[in-house]
Design a protein around this ligand. Structure first.
Ligand code: SF4
Length: 284
């Protein structure tokens, strides 16, 4: 069998860049979020034989790397039996692996029973990467995220209980001008009720040919300026009361990255943001 070719750019979280990257699916099984350009891509699940051939190929260069990431925009949506078969392949070719991560939607977590999630955890699934994007139901519904804040809470509590860590992304400016305040308040509120291992804030990027691009063009959505996004982020960060959590933003004013451990680095992160806000105001 030919080695499977993953046609699109490979997307993995920044913290998994050094992991062995094994493709199990491509695109997203939901694909309806208005801001997301993956929504334009067809969703594909790779057959086990393809995954096996790919694993055989990757094993030649994996050395003693214990980290592996299952590529695909929400691989947890695959049936548990299928995922367990994938994990058998993983251990056949990468016996040294002891930490497996993948992307998931909150709904993918909720739909699986505690027993199914425990089986996956016991087979090495230790980290899920979930797009929270916003804690505001108004914003989630405007963006057609397909998941409510209470469903996010339910998923995160379940993962806390089962000892599976989760890493969340949030999108700065996702509420636009009209909902910026509620986006910031409700996002901080939900983050303070859960225990994320990391929070990665990304500034909203409006991709061409997405429903959000159309909303912007018709005036239904007004984008924040980079300075306004940073001011929103400052407010959010000042409200966070999370423990043992990495906070990062690789899109600050479209040119800087911020990273720190919460709560220890909270004040220094805020000071840096204040300085950047001050500089930005002076330049405009
Ligand atoms: S769930 Fe994630 S990958 Fe899927 S459409 Fe929404 S933002 Fe895109």
């Amino acid at each position: 069998m030919d080695i499977p070719v993953v046609e699109k750019t490979v997307y993995a979280p920044i913290t998994e860049e050094e992991s062995i990257l094994l493709a199990v699916s491509e695109g997203c099984s939901y694909g309806k979020c208005k801001f997301c350009d993956f929504a334009n891509d067809p969703y594909k699940v790779f057959p086990l034989e393809w995954i096996r051939e790919n694993a055989k190929y990757l094993a030649k260069e994996s050395g003693d790397n214990p980290y592996l990431f299952l590529l695909g925009q929400n691989s947890l949506s695959l049936p548990t039996a299928h995922l367990l078969n994938v994990l058998k392949i993983v251990y056949e070719f990468f016996p040294q692996v002891n930490h497996i991560g993948m992307y998931a939607r909150a709904k993918d977590v909720n739909i699986k029973s505690d027993h199914e999630l425990s089986l996956l955890r016991d087979c090495g699934v230790k980290a899920l990467y979930i797009g929270l994007e916003s804690g505001s139901d108004e914003v989630l519904s405007l963006m057609n995220k397909g998941t409510s804040s209470s469903e996010f809470l339910e998923a995160c509590k379940k993962l806390d209980m089962l000892g599976i860590s989760y890493h969340l992304t949030i999108i700065g400016g996702l509420g636009g001008k009209n909902l910026s305040n509620t986006h910031m308040e409700k996002t901080a509120e939900i983050l303070n009720k859960i225990n994320p291992a990391s929070i990665w804030q990304l500034k909203l990027f409006i991709w061409p040919n997405t429903p959000l691009a159309e909303m912007r063009d018709t005036g239904e959505f007004t984008e924040l300026t980079p300075l306004e996004v940073l001011q929103e982020e400052r407010e959010l960060l000042s409200r966070l009361k999370v423990e043992n959590c990495v906070f990062m933003d690789t899109t600050v004013l479209n040119k800087y990255s911020l990273i720190g451990f919460l709560p220890e680095s909270q004040s220094s992160l805020l000071e840096t943001i204040d300085r950047l806000i001050e500089e930005e105001i002076q330049q405009t």
